[in-house]
Design a protein around this ligand. Structure first.
Ligand SMILES: Nc1ncnc2c1ncn2[C@@H]1O[C@H](COP(=O)(O)OP(=O)(O)OP(=O)(O)O)[C@@H](O)[C@H]1O
Ligand SMILES: [Mg+2]
Length: 419
C-alpha cells in the first residue's frame, strides 16, 4: 500500500471524497470533492441511484483537484449503526524458541473473531484492546516477546449486512472498488481527539445533517457507539415550517443569522426574508429565529446528555465532550450554551489541515488519516470482501500473489502504530 489513500464519507447531506497522503510524516490533503446527496436518510443509504450519482460527482471533483485517477476508496459506516462486542482469543505459541511472531498475532486475532453474531449481522472489524502473554496483560504489541500462551481481548465491530451491502453496492456502482469499511468514529477520532483524551475518557459527538453520532472512548478504546436521528437539518426544517419559507431560504438564514440562544439577539433586530415560491418578501424578528434554534438545540443537548447518562458514562468523562460535524458547529454562541448545559469540559473540533478546515470534513479526513496511519485495509473486512468477490479482480490477484508478506507487513505496521 502506498502513502496515498482516498476516503469516502457518505453523509446524510453530502458525499465527500478526499485524496490524502502522508509525506515525511506530514498529512496532506491533495484533493477534495463534495456533492449534495439525497439518497441517504439518517446516515443510511435509502436510494442507491442518487447515492451513486453523488459519489461519481464528488469523485470527479476530487480527481480534478488532486490530478489523480480514483479507482478505489475507504468508506465509512456510522458508528451508531455498529455494535461492539467484546471477545477473547487464545492460542498456543508454535515456535520452538517460543518467540511470538506476527503469524501468532494474526492467529489469535482470528481466534477472537469466532463469535456467534446474528444471521443478519456481520463482523466488519476487530480491534485489539490488550494482549496477554502467559497471564501478563496490558501488552500492546506482543511480537518479539517470549511466551507459551497468547491471548487477546478484542472488540468486534458488528454491523447489519444490509447496511454494509448497500454501501458496497453504491460504491461499486459508482465505479470504485472498496478498500475497506471504516467505523466512522475510529476515523474521526484520529483527527479530532488526542491520545490523552481517549485514554482519560471522552465522548466524541458528531452532529451531522440528520444524525448525532455519539462515540465514547475510554482507556484508548471505543466503548460505546450510539446514534440519535436528529441533526442540523432539523433546525433548518423548523425555521422553514415556522417562518413558512423554503428550506433553501431557511438554510441561508440559519447560516447567516443563526444563534444558539435568544439572549444573543436584540428585540428590535429585523431581517427581510423571501416568501416561499417567489411571493415577495416579509420581515421577521431575529428573536423569532433564535427561539426556534434555541428550542431545537436544547432538545439535541438533552438527548446527548440523556444517552450518556443512560449508559452511566457522564461521570467518567474526564476529558469531557468533543463536538464536531456541521450540524451545530457554526451556530454562533454554541460553545457557551453547550458548556453551561454540561458539567464536563466541552470543546469543538475540526480537521486542522489546509483545504478541509471545516467540521463537515471531519469524517472524510478521519477515514483517510486512519487508513494511512494503520496502513491496513481492515483485515477482517477485506478478507470477507475477497471471499465474496467484492473487491476488484486486480486487487484480489495482488492480495493472493503477495498474501503472506502483504498481510504480515500490514499487521506488523498496524501494531507498530499503537505506540
Ligand atoms: N455554516 C454553517 N452554519 C450552520 N449550519 C451549517 C453550516 N454549514 C453546515 N451546516 C449544517 O451542517 C449539517 C451538515 O453537516 P455534516 O456535513 O457534518 O452532515 P452529514 O455528514 O452530511 O450528515 P450525517 O453525519 O448526519 O449523516 C447541515 O444540517 C447543515 O445545515
Ligand atoms: Mg457525517
Amino acid at each position: 500500500m502506498n502513502n496515498i489513500v482516498v476516503s469516502l464519507d457518505i453523509g446524510s447531506s453530502k458525499v465527500c471524497v478526499l485524496v490524502a497522503e502522508i509525506n515525511k510524516k506530514q498529512f496532506n490533503v491533495l484533493g477534495v470533492g463534495t456533492s449534495e446527496c439525497k439518497g441517504v436518510k439518517k446516515g443510511i443509504i435509502v436510494d442507491i441511484d442518487s447515492t451513486v450519482d453523488a459519489i461519481q460527482s464528488a469523485v470527479k471533483q476530487a480527481e480534478h483537484m488532486s490530478n489523480r485517477e480514483i479507482k478505489s476508496a475507504f468508506v465509512n459506516i456510522a458508528g451508531g449503526y455498529t455494535t461492539i462486542y467484546k471477545n477473547k482469543g487464545v492460542i498456543a505459541v508454535t515456535r520452538e524458541d517460543r518467540e511470538i511472531t506476527s503469524e501468532d498475532v494474526a492467529r489469535v486475532m482470528q481466534a477472537a473473531k469466532v463469535y456467534a453474531v446474528p444471521a443478519d449481522r456481520e463482523i466488519i472489524d476487530i480491534i485489539p484492546e490488550q494482549f496477554v502473554v502467559d497471564g501478563y496483560g496490558e501488552i500492546r504489541d506482543p511480537v518479539g516477546m517470549v511466551g507459551v500462551r497468547l491471548e487477546v481481548d478484542a472488540n468486534l465491530v458488528v454491523a447489519s449486512c444490509t447496511t454494509v451491502q448497500n454501501i458496497i453496492r453504491s460504491v461499486q456502482r459508482a465505479g470504485l472498488a472498496v478498500d475497506g469499511i471504516i467505523v466512522e468514529p475510529l476515523g474521526t477520532s484520529s483527527v479530532i481527539l488526542n491520545d490523552d483524551e481517549k485514554e482519560l475518557g471522552v465522548a466524541l459527538v458528531d452532529v451531522g445533517a440528520e444524525t448525532i453520532d455519539i462515540s465514547v472512548f475510554k482507556n484508548g478504546s471505543l466503548v460505546l457507539t450510539k446514534i440519535i436521528p436528529v441533526g442540523g437539518n432539523h433546525i433548518t426544517n423548523d425555521i422553514s415550517i415556522v417562518c413558512k419559507i423554503s428550506s433553501q431560504e431557511a438554510e441561508k438564514i440559519k447560516r447567516q443569522y443563526g444563534t444558539a440562544s435568544v439572549k444573543m439577539v436584540r428585540n428590535d433586530d429585523i431581517i427581510k426574508i423571501n416568501n416561499i415560491a417567489g411571493r415577495g418578501e416579509k420581515e421577521i424578528h431575529l428573536v423569532e429565529i433564535a427561539e426556534i434554534i434555541d428550542a431545537r438545540i436544547s432538545e439535541m443537548l438533552y438527548l446527548i446528555k440523556n444517552e450518556l447518562h443512560n449508559n452511566n458514562l457522564l461521570g467518567s468523562l474526564a476529558a469531557g465532550i468533543v463536538i464536531t460535524g456541521g450540524g451545530l458547529f457554526n451556530i454562533r454562541g454554541i460553545q457557551d450554551v453547550a458548556q453551561s448545559y454540561f458539567d464536563v469540559p466541552i470543546r469543538f473540533g475540526y480537521p486542522n489541515y489546509i483545504g478541509v478546515a471545516n467540521p463537515i470534513y471531519s469524517a472524510a479526513t478521519g477515514i483517510a488519516m486512519y487508513a494511512l496511519k494503520q496502513k491496513r485495509t481492515s483485515i477482517v473486512n477485506n478478507k470477507k470482501l475477497v471471499e465474496r468477490g467484492e473487491v476488484a479482480a486486480d486487487r484480489e490477484a495482488d492480495e493472493k500473489e503477495e498474501h503472506r508478506p502483504g498481510l504480515m507487513d500490514r499487521i506488523r505496521e498496524f501494531f507498530a502504530d499503537f505506540f
